[in-house]
Design a protein. Structure first.
Length: 307
């Protein structure tokens, strides 16, 4: 150290165990302020620069971008925000790597005939995949002019979240689900829509779907317990949703007619089959999907009508 207590750029680099080029790089970007200049115009640094340089290098070793390093050094508390942001970035990168690893296993553990088709499917989705295509599918399938709050609630239940650590089977199921929703939407052809989606039938779809969300939630409880379809609160809520949506009364005759109508309505069973595969837990019973809850309630209605 010189008599004035300052270091040259070379002395600072030596104490930090790095190169002059590195010190100059951070200094030029304003991350490492100079304490002054020598008579010959050379940079001089105080002892505090050593700790600052070590902090910079530690953050860079953790992958923090240079602009974020500068933000972390500028004010108290910023370092915590920078670390939290970096953790989110790393989490997203790990999720992408886990998804790619499962996809590669999927391609490895199959026949040559299957490989080309699987590669086409998994290549059509990002890693990890997004759910925008699934949300678009539901906005096309649902009847128009539903309240935004209700649409958001339906999408929350109907659009599955891709697993953080997927199995190869889940990657394949999600890729097939993406391909399914990326094709022509069943709801775009009027003759393929459920009757409740057709305005000429006099339905109030918002009343129907609000009631169905509640009915499916009630049905999920006995389904988790492994109970077979049966009469009760869930079935009453299910029937009431249809009755109220068309201004009808819940009578035995209405229930018989409803069962016949729902049995003939267009269905998207393939969607729900794939959702069940995507969301299957590593152990334990699967969580009931709205499609499975609908089938359970329809079976309960059928059994009741046959009794």
């Amino acid at each position: 150290m010189s008599p004035d207590g300052l270091w040259s750029i070379g002395e600072l680099a030596e104490r930090a165990g790095t190169t002059v080029k590195t010190v100059r790089f951070y200094s030029d970007r304003g991350l490492l302020p100079e304490a002054g200049r020598s008579a010959g115009g050379h940079r001089r640094y105080g002892p505090e620069a050593l700790d600052r340089l070590r902090t910079i290098r530690s953050l860079r070793a953790l992958g923090v971008p240079v602009p974020e390093v500068g933000r972390a050094l500028e004010r108290d508390g910023a370092l915590e925000d920078v670390v939290a942001g970096r953790l989110r970035d790393v989490g997203a990168q790990l999720a992408a790597l886990r998804w790619r690893e499962a996809a590669l296993h999927l391609l490895q553990d199959c026949t040559a005939e299957e490989r080309a088709d699987r590669l086409r499917l998994v290549g059509a989705v990002s890693a990890p995949p997004g759910t925008a295509a699934l949300a678009r599918f539901w906005r096309g399938w649902l009847p128009p002019r539903l309240p935004a709050r209700l649409v958001s609630e339906i999408l929350e239940h109907a659009v599955p979240r891709p697993p953080d650590d997927p199995t190869p089977a889940q990657v394949l199921a999600f890729a097939r689900l993406h391909a399914f929703v990326s094709g022509p939407c069943p709801g775009t052809a009027r003759q393929r829509q459920p009757a409740a989606h057709r305005p000429e039938e006099g339905y109030r779809p918002a009343v129907l779907y609000g009631g169905l969300v509640e009915a499916y939630g009630l049905a999920a409880q006995p389904m988790r317990a492994g109970r077979p379809p049966h009469r009760g609160e869930a079935l009453d809520c299910f029937v009431s949703a249809y009755a109220c949506s068309r201004g009808a009364r819940d009578t035995p005759g209405f229930r018989r007619g409803l069962g016949s109508q729902l049995a003939a309505d267009p269905r998207i069973d393939r969607y729900w089959q794939l959702v069940a595969e995507v969301t299957a837990p590593p152990d334990g019973p699967p969580e009931p999907t709205p499609g499975a809850a609908h089938d359970w309630l329809l079976a309960a209605l059928s059994d009741e009508s046959a009794a």
